[in-house]
Design a protein around this ligand. Sequence first.
Ligand code: PLP
Length: 386
Amino acid sequence: MVKSSGKIETKLIHSGEPIPRIYGSVVMPVFQSAMFEYAGERSYDDLKYIRLNNTPNAVALSAKLAALENAEAALVTASGMAAISTTLLTLLSTGDHVLAQDCLYGGTHDFVTRDLEKFGISFDFIEGNNPDSWKSKLRLTTKAIYVEAISNPLMRVPDLDAVVSFARAHHLVSVVDNTFASPINYRPPEHGFDLSLHSATKYLNGHSDIVAGAVIGPSKLVEQVTHRLNHLGGSLDPHAAFLLHRGVKTLAVRVKQHNTNAQQIAEFLEQQPKILRVNYPGLKSHPQHARASKLFDGYGGMMSFELKGGVKAAESFMHNTKLPVIAPSLGGVETLLTRPAVTSHSGMTSKDRERLGITEGLIRLSVGIEAVEDLIADFRQALDRI
Ligand code: PLP
């Protein structure tokens, strides 16, 4: 297997690839076999079986993903939520407590607020930009701290360095969902995070045709999560692994284009009189712009914004656009628009959404890699027709 070497663009192509190549195949073939002949393995977790996350497509892909963030190991999972839930259920047991950022992807928020309690695990929300307030939430039973590198859907950038030092000072495991930034823009293990999680459904795959997840970090922790996943069963099928393996090779060229397009669109939208506010870390007006510039190699392809006319204007704008697809996911080559209040964050109560600033009229935009001139022209005509 090729070990990590060179820059991330090179690792995307070569890391994790089998050496020698299987039958000389330039592309990692799909090993669509549930089980493999018994070869004297001594432990259950080593038996070669798709659910045990140790068959060839999972192994090659995991090595590639680990290399991208300069980590020791990685695990691929059946979805981003499988990565998140399995990680939290590995780190936390009955009686434990977790600190979680207050503004999170809706599915994660619902898992923390509704499901963890049933396992006897408690939580407190923390404000990502106010590290001084975290200590008051700490308990003797606190085991982990969980944040998103760029939060969904308001694009806040928490004090990520403070999360790492707080975790170290208080013996917590630091976990970050790095989906929005992607390894091209931010590599959490390089900054001291213990675990980096991804919905690989988004940028890592990039083509909106599979659901997958990843857990990246030190071998010991990744092995613990793998053993838990072996029981919970959220393993990635080899064919989906093959598609993710193919998709991820173009991550660098895609994300660079997402970054460039999004910056231009954010600047365009911010100047429009019908727009109330644009949330994009690449804008000088973003409250954490300085932090994002220091930590990230790019600001990503995600933004959200509000129109002055509220939900009615938002609906009208979305309806008027011709190029974007109105759909709730993100991170693919095509531009997508959605209203989080009725899609990704509809599981939250309206009170919770209001408290966090996720208004009914907030539009989330996943900028694709189309020609930016075409996207801007489309947004301009959609605004003119409101
Ligand atoms: N994390 C973030 C930031 C997300 O936006 C999503 C999904 O939208 C997830 C995790 C969950 O990923 P999946 O849908 O692959 O389970």
